[in-house]
Design a protein around this ligand. Structure first.
Ligand SMILES: [Fe+2]
Length: 406
């Protein structure tokens, strides 16, 4: 630029304009650089890939393991899709979160891996691709975040032994979850069962994540699966109707059956603890038919051939009296008696109870796990051993059940 030909004052004026222009341009340049689509993991993608990478804000939680499948859940800070690479010897297979032909896009990710072999250990790695704008054509993507490679083992009805730990009623107390799961992680458990009342009432996704999902995922380290049982407190609050996608078993329900070595496990949903017409529910609870259906499903699960062939049948439920059933409580006990159930493990009472056979019309012991307690269950073909400890490891109760004739 021929500045030297200008009079002195004009020259400085020109320089001043040039500097001001440059200063004005700087933020624009910076903004352009930040917002520029950045081709990272998909350098040749024909669509926009922004330089924006999701952060994993909840590490993987393994839920509802069976002998051939498992659910993997995790969360990201921004909208993304979800996939899991997995395999026995290499990450050579992929499962994705998809509904009706479209990849799920959000901050919560849930992927079901199935077609697995019983009793086999698999490595897996979660991945989420940032989705910046869901336009009808040319949606805009971002970068991909990957979790660390972790391992899980499927259940196996054919193995000779099984062991699992039970906690319950953590009621939003994160330190309780960390302490109890810290103890449990010292032992090689097949899975951990949580018998419900994870929240005082369900408020939001953020609350569920903060007080239950994330601390549980951290405590279980992405390697020990969780079997979740529905508590009465999860029936309450503005987010109660939205809990299914986070907590349901694979078939979209809260009751299910699983087999692990000598154990036939039946998880039941014991619903609310008060009748539908109790004023505090303002006419918005309608559990009567749901509980009747639950009773029929409990009967069907107990009628399964595995109830006779498995050395032990263990029922997992939240309320030890089956909750409010509309008057059918004795029918639940009768069904369990008729099927020769060996043990019912429950929570809800917040204190330890060992209800012996005969005390409530029950032919089987009912173990009520208290707050800050762990029940440790171990079974082989002839004996079912149970220990209950408090959060310091002090023994609260221990008993052994022998295999019954069925
Ligand atoms: Fe409860």
């Amino acid at each position: 630029m021929p500045d030297v030909r200008l009079p002195g004052s004009s020259r400085w004026l020109h320089l001043g304009f040039a500097l001001a222009g440059l200063l004005l341009a700087l933020p624009a340049l910076a903004a352009t650089k930040q917002a520029r689509p950045f081709h990272d993991d998909e350098a040749d993608a024909p669509y926009k890939v922004w330089n924006s990478t999701p952060a994993i804000t909840m590490p993987p939680l393994l839920l509802d393991v069976s002998d051939t499948s498992v659910v993997v859940e995790w969360m990201t800070d921004s909208a993304a899709d979800g996939s899991v690479r997995y395999g026995e010897h290499a990450l050579d297979r992929t499962a994705v979160a998809v509904h009706d032909g479209l990849r799920d896009v959000g901050t919560f990710h849930r992927v079901v891996i199935d077609g697995l072999r019983p009793g086999h250990t698999y490595q897996y790695q979660v991945a989420s691709r940032r989705v910046v704008a869901l336009k009808p054509y040319w949606p805009e993507r971002g970068n991909t975040v990957q979790g660390e490679t972790l391992r899980f083992t499927t259940l196996d009805a054919a193995r000779p032994t099984a062991r699992f730990a039970v906690i319950t009623d953590t009621h939003e107390k994160v330190s309780r979850i960390h302490t109890l799961l810290g103890e449990i992680r010292k032992m090689p458990e097949d899975f951990v069962a949580h018998l419900g009342d994870t929240v005082n009432w369900a408020a939001s996704e953020q609350q569920l994540k903060d007080v239950f999902l994330a601390p549980t995922a951290e405590g279980l380290g992405g390697t020990v699966p969780l079997l979740y049982v529905h508590g009465n407190h999860e029936y309450r609050g503005p987010f109660a109707r939205e809990l299914g996608p986070y907590l349901h078993a694979q078939d979209g329900r809260y009751d299910y059956a699983r087999d692990d070595g000598p154990l036939h496990l039946i998880a039941v949903d014991t619903g609310e603890d008060k009748p539908d017409d109790t004023n505090v529910y303002a006419g918005l609870n309608d559990l009567r038919d749901y509980r009747r259906e639950g009773l029929a499903r409990f009967g069907a699960a107990l009628a399964d051939a595995r109830t006779r062939s498995a050395p032990f049948t263990v029922v997992l439920g939240h309320q030890p009296d089956w909750g409010w059933t509309g008057g059918d409580n004795a029918k639940w006990t009768q069904l369990a008696n008729r099927a020769h159930v060996d043990l019912f493990i429950a929570g809800h009472e917040h204190h330890f109870m060992h209800i012996k056979p005969g005390e409530r019309g029950n032919d089987f012991p009912i173990l009520v796990v208290g707050l800050d307690q762990v029940a440790w269950v171990e079974a082989n073909g002839t004996a079912l051993k149970v220990r209950v400890t408090d959060s310091t490891g002090k023994l609260v109760d221990a008993f052994t059940l022998a295999r019954k004739r069925k």
